[in-house]
Write a protein that binds this ligand. Structure first.
Ligand SMILES: [Zn+2]
Ligand SMILES: [Zn+2]
Ligand SMILES: [Zn+2]
Length: 89
C-alpha cells in the first residue's frame, strides 16, 4: 500500500492508497511522470496542467502567467514572477 503523493492544485497531496488516478499521468511539458497540477490561474480558472518536478508554468515578460498555457523546464524559465520581484525589491 502506497499513499499517492501527487499534489493537487489548491488541495495538496492526494494521499489515497494505491491511487490509480494519478499513477500514470505524464508531464504535459516533457512527458516525464507527473508529480503535481499546475497552480497558475487565469481570470479565476485553474491551469491544472500535469507537471513533473522539473517543469513549471512559463511566465511572460511582465512576470504574469502566459495566456497560452505554456510550460517549460524550470531551468528554461526566463522570467521572474511579479510577486517574487516585489519580494526582492
Ligand atoms: Zn492520487
Ligand atoms: Zn516535465
Ligand atoms: Zn500551468
Amino acid at each position: 500500500m502506497t499513499a499517492c503523493t501527487f499534489t493537487l492544485a489548491w488541495i495538496g497531496e492526494c494521499g489515497r492508497e494505491d491511487c490509480t488516478v494519478h499513477a500514470n499521468l505524464k508531464c504535459s511539458c516533457c512527458g516525464a511522470p507527473a508529480t503535481h497540477e499546475c497552480e497558475e490561474t487565469f481570470g479565476g480558472n485553474l491551469c491544472g496542467a500535469f507537471l513533473c518536478g522539473d517543469c513549471e508554468h512559463q511566465l511572460t515578460a511582465d512576470g504574469t502567467n502566459a495566456p497560452a498555457l505554456m510550460h517549460c523546464r524550470k531551468s528554461d524559465q526566463t522570467h521572474t514572477p511579479w510577486w517574487k520581484r516585489q519580494e526582492t525589491a
